[in-house]
Design a binder for this molecule. Structure first.
Ligand SMILES: Cc1cc2nc3c(=O)[nH]c(=O)nc-3n(C[C@H](O)[C@H](O)[C@H](O)COP(=O)(O)OP(=O)(O)OC[C@H]3O[C@@H](n4cnc5c(N)ncnc54)[C@H](O)[C@@H]3O)c2cc1C
Length: 398
């Protein structure tokens, strides 16, 4: 893999898909956002997203990674990553809705393989068609990294369950019809030494006893998170995902794949920051009328930024290639998530520095990207949790 801020691909299928996606992102979608006056500060509505879901589906991008039986094109992880990188690099406000990250097939992840016929028909096939959307609700105020300390509880009730609890930071919640909720089974994990058991449920957000409320606004400023409040909410047994007591495995299985698949989106955003920064160094004149890029102090910064980006990108695609070859890449996924998040943060910090006051000004894309990228050291598992995972695998497997 060579270094490029506009990568080309040897695999003809990837090259063709990336070209088509760039055309859509830079053409039709850019025009649409301009006409609607959408910016990263806009509070998006379901209607804003639905339009993109529909169009992306027509163009074949929505759910493109899925097997053909679900209307996808059965992409490899590396092919999907190349598309996700373009999504991140595009700078488009609605880019998250093109492949189905925001409430669509990518948010549902691999729960598809745990779904019954009924769940496919009622929830997941409509989601793939862009008719319904979901969020994923694991985190609670006092249960983040230590998610097993969650308080949301599921109690058996006749032919179903009653769920009570309060989930926070469910991304895509404001646009979702249903949530994938993980809850502790009542009567488990209540005594010292008794292991808690968790189950995963598909919960309609308009069920009696369920509310999706405006969540906290993270530092990115985007209003794309909800709290999911469950108050004795009845969930039929048909909505249990997988086996009872196996919900945490389903949820964390999804998180493991996600960990690696989030990396290309962040790489894309970092690539965009690098490109914007290089432009700035060429056009911004300083002492003696020379461009910033003529200063060695600035040259060294951009050299370090590009080198870190190249390292992060190379290791991500190497890990994805291992997955595509059918090998396990648990340690590699932790390593990529750690290195991509930490290097992207360093790169964005320097990008702000090079942009000077412009980089500190709201409305400037670098200022937004800095805030957005900063979150990635915490989202989808913090950097410390990635280090714990790497160390544990080193201790037991090597
Ligand atoms: C914008 C945003 C979107 C999100 N989207 C979702 C979503 O869609 N669904 C969902 O369920 N959740 C979501 N989350 C929650 C996210 O996954 C958690 O924030 C994350 O897992 C960390 O949990 P915490 O914030 O409670 O931090 P804490 O667990 O309180 O951790 C605080 C600090 O302590 C460190 N720490 C904790 N435990 C250890 C340990 N064992 N060893 C070393 N260090 C440790 C952490 O690394 C961190 O630095 C989202 C969060 C945000 C901000």
């Amino acid at each position: 893999m060579t270094f490029s801020l506009r990568p080309t691909y040897d695999d003809p299928r990837t090259a063709e898909l990336v070209d088509r996606l760039r055309d859509y992102l830079d053409g039709e979608l850019a025009d649409h956002e301009r006409e609607r006056g959408l910016t990263h500060a806009t509070r998006l509505t379901r209607a804003d997203l639905e339009q993109v879901w529909r169009r992306s589906r027509e163009l074949g991008f929505y759910g493109i990674h899925l097997p053909q039986e679900y209307g996808g094109q059965n992409l490899t992880y590396a092919q999907l990553a190349a598309l996700k990188e373009e999504i991140g690099a595009s700078g488009r406000v609605l880019a998250h809705s093109v492949l189905g990250d925001m409430g669509g097939p990518l948010r549902a992840g691999d729960i598809l393989k745990h779904a019954t016929e009924y769940q496919l028909d009622k929830y997941l096939l409509p989601l793939i068609r862009g008719e319904r959307a979901c969020c994923f609700s694991l985190t609670e105020t006092d249960a983040g990294s230590d998610v097993r300390s969650m308080r949301t509880v599921a109690v058996h009730d006749g032919d179903g369950y009653r769920l009570t609890g309060h989930k926070v930071f469910s991304s895509a919640g404001p646009f979702a019809d249903f949530a994938i909720v993980v809850a502790r089974m009542a009567g488990t994990g209540e005594q010292e030494g008794d292991k808690p058991q968790f189950s995963a449920f598909l919960v309609d957000l308009d069920s009696p006893g369920c509310r999706a409320e405006d969540g906290a606004t993270p530092m990115s400023g985007e209003h794309i998170e909800s709290d999911i409040v469950l108050d004795d909410c009845y969930v039929p047994a048909a909505n249990l995902l997988g086996e009872e007591g196996k919900g945490m495995r389903i949820a964390l299985g999804r998180v493991t794949t996600n960990r690696l698949l989030h990396c290309p989106t962040v790489l894309g955003a970092t690539r965009r920051a690098l490109a914007l920064t290089l432009d700035r160094t060429r056009t911004r004149k300083v002492a003696g009328g020379q461009p910033l890029l003529m200063l060695q102090a600035i040259q060294h910064k951009v050299a370090d930024m590009a080198t870190e980006f190249y390292a992060a990108r190379s290791m991500t695609y190497a890990a994805l290639a291992a997955l595509d070859a059918g090998r396990e890449a648990h340690a590699e996924a932790f390593m990529c998530k750690l290195f991509v998040a930490e290097s992207a943060f360093r790169i964005l910090d320097e990008a702000v520095q090079i942009h000077g006051k412009e980089g500190l000004t709201q409305g400037n894309e670098i200022e937004y990207l800095f805030r957005k990228i900063r979150m990635f050291r915490i989202l989808t598992g913090t950097s410390e949790i990635q280090r714990n995972g790497i160390a544990k695998l080193l201790a037991f497997n090597h």
